[in-house]
Unconditional design. Sequence first.
Length: 328
Amino acid sequence: MRADVTGFRLKMDSMTLARFMPMHLLLDADGCALSYGPTLALVLQDDARLGARFEDLFEVRSPGGAVTIQDVLARAGTRFRLSPRNGARSGLRGHGQSLPGDGRILLNLTFIDLIAAVRAIALSDADFAASDLAREVLFLAEANAAVTQELRGLSLRLEGARMAAEEEAMTDPLTGLRNRRAVDLVLDRLCTGRANFGLLHLDLDFFKAVNDTLGHAAGDFVLESVGRILREQIRAEDCAARIGGDEFVLIVAGRTDPRTLQRIADRIIARIREPMTFEGQECRVSASIGIVRSVNSAAAGAPALSAAADRALYAAKHAGRGRAVMLE
């Protein structure tokens, strides 16, 4: 190709043209393809054939009514918008110019949506000229993607930390059960929703004697053991909590049958009554349990039910300890 540039004769072969204009299309005077830039060839794929007519390669989006390249240049001057006819989702814009001498036409194209095109065709910065601003755009897009990914990761870490903090705030550190705050929230939710459940209030008998004779380490061992027993006796939808000292609460979701709740309490009492060995010493405790059912206090709120369970527990203690009493 020969072109006049400020009085000089410039000769440019196809390899040089491809290097500096990887999205070029060179047409003869009749609008038939003479050469394609390598990046444009990736867009057109099998349609990038020598001799293919411009109108067979592209649908002209702007200027309106144009079909051939001659129509485009006559109506739009040097700027236009195109869509490949092969269905590639890569809208193109560009400018063109008839070259002096033999009437050949040189088009230099670029993508309307560069980022979408890069994703659709899997392009890299090597597919663009070194001086093309597309390289800067791709760099910024990659940097933005990296920052976005890092921010997303940071957000996930912060959310995980928040959830962990909330979990810790709801957990008794010694036994791993829920704590009083968690119990209050669960009871409020169940009472507000008028759900059916059983509430068991448990207190250890003779726990003070273990602490006084064997020490606080033995007492902590007993509390941890009781926590393990309670976890084994409940389902995933139930709630077991240590609400302070040697007091525990069980919320048994959906179960209000007196015999069922009594069996649960009796199993727990039997397990806790079994000797627990700490550093060769037996720790003997028992459990007293007060039971109430939400169906007996349909209009009562969480504080009223908790107070009723406490009265049931006091009745169990008064009746001789190591037993369960249900308030009807």
